[in-house]
Design a binder for this molecule. Structure first.
Ligand code: MLT
Length: 394
């Protein structure tokens, strides 16, 4: 008889964002006349920019003609897409060969898939509060997880110390959910730790496009020694509004080796076996993001999300509520008022003013007592939510 993967029984009943959507659905079923304001999951509300839409249309037309039609794409990515990503890195002084860049259908898929490269006996260190898929994907694989809590005392940016002992290290900067960003000095400590011990960093750069401070690294490869200890995973979801279009990329330097095995070559082997890549049309749309005009247009959208963040921060300032994030990141991480627990505050906001956010506890135990607001909602939802919060909590 088939034996299922018993590690699934070690998972929480349901995934954080699924759980939230079920709660919101139950509320709306019971209160059909209400409209909720969604500042929960980081799903974008602005459409794809014109440059991307133009490229998508052209690519669809290519597929209609014999001379320009494309069948299977190269599994690791279309050369034009891999080159577009590599040229984006070059502008920031990071030299990558295009075959060090792999196409993906988004960071969340890739963060789980990439674990194929590592033995089950490796431990995974997760700096918490953290994007819950890091933990869940490793629980499913039966891997030992080391939860490294962080808090206000270290700005949610812990450093390795003499007790740190892990093989896979998850680092997300700008951070989801706290919005905290590693500066060069702090990030270098993790790179040095990994290079010294042979650990490997999985660097989640999904929010790099939101960085506005000059001295904050966008890529881990801006740091010395990272090409021998880090894989970088990025997505166009938040950068360019691809949450529903699905596209991302993963960087695996050719210098990355462990036990005499080359991780770039291993990923080529994995991809050529397990996927037929991403469609020509979508990769064409993605390449347009990295053109000069594409960059200009996506920055306009990011500016609008940052204005939403400002509206939310102003409301919290008015209420005298502690928060961080919102500057180099699209998320605001706030303390729940009146000593409320994070799910308690979630229910309170949903029932009293129909505002949906994300309870901090969903990102790990040390997130209890905190709450995440996303700036990806519409301007209307954001302004209205800010107004209602001020009225309710004053
Ligand atoms: C979030 O809200 O944390 C993200 O949107 C979830 C995701 O990227 O899958």
């Amino acid at each position: 008889m088939l034996k299922p993967n018993l590690h699934y029984s070690e998972l929480k009943d349901s995934y954080l964002f699924y759980n939230i959507s079920q709660k919101v659905k139950a509320y709306l079923d019971a209160n059909p006349d209400k409209k909720v304001l969604r500042l929960g999951i980081g799903d974008v509300s602005l459409p794809l920019c014109d440059e991307v839409i133009k490229a998508l249309h052209e690519a669809v037309d290519d597929q209609s003609k014999k001379e320009t039609f494309h069948g299977y794409m190269p599994e690791c990515g279309a050369p034009f897409y891999r080159e577009a990503v590599a040229s984006y890195y070059k502008k920031r002084g990071v030299c990558l060969q295009s075959d060090e860049v792999f196409v993906s259908s988004g960071a969340s898929d890739e963060l789980g898939d990439i674990l194929d490269l590592f033995d089950k006996s490796n431990s995974a260190l997760v700096i918490e509060p953290a994007y819950p898929a890091y933990v869940d994907a490793n629980v499913m694989a039966g891997r030992k997880i080391i939860h490294l809590p962080s808090g206000e005392e270290n700005g949610f940016l812990p450093e390795p110390d003499e007790n740190t002992d892990a093989d896979i290290l998850y680092i997300c900067s700008p951070n989801n959910p706290t919005g905290a960003v590693f500066d060069r000095v702090k990030l270098q400590k993790w790179v040095d730790y990994a290079d010294k011990t042979g650990a490997l960093i999985l660097f989640d750069a999904a929010y790099e496009a939101f960085i506005e401070d000059e001295d904050i690294p966008h890529s881990i490869y801006e740091l010395e020694g990272a090409e021998t200890c880090a894989i970088e995973i990025c997505s166009l979801s938040k950068t360019a509004g691809f949450t529903g279009t699905r596209l991302g990329y993963t960087v695996i330097p050719k210098k990355l080796e462990r036990n005499g095995m080359n991780l770039n070559a291993m990923w080529v082997r994995n991809r050529t076996t397990k996927t037929n890549g991403v469609s020509y049309v979508i990769q064409k749309g993605g390449a347009a993001v990295f053109s000069d005009e594409g960059q200009r247009q996506i920055k306009e959208n990011i500016k609008k999300y940052k204005q939403n963040a400002e509206i939310l921060m102003k409301a919290l300032d008015e209420l005298g509520i502690w928060y961080c994030g919102g500057k180099n990141a699209p998320y605001i991480w706030m303390k729940c008022p009146k000593g409320m627990g994070s799910w308690e505050f979630f229910d309170y906001l949903l029932h009293e003013i129909q505002v949906v956010g994300t309870p901090g506890e969903g990102f790990g135990k040390c997130g209890e007592g905190y709450f995440r607001l996303s700036s990806f909602g519409s301007l209307y939802d954001t302004e209205e939510a800010a107004k209602r919060m001020v009225k309710l909590l004053k």
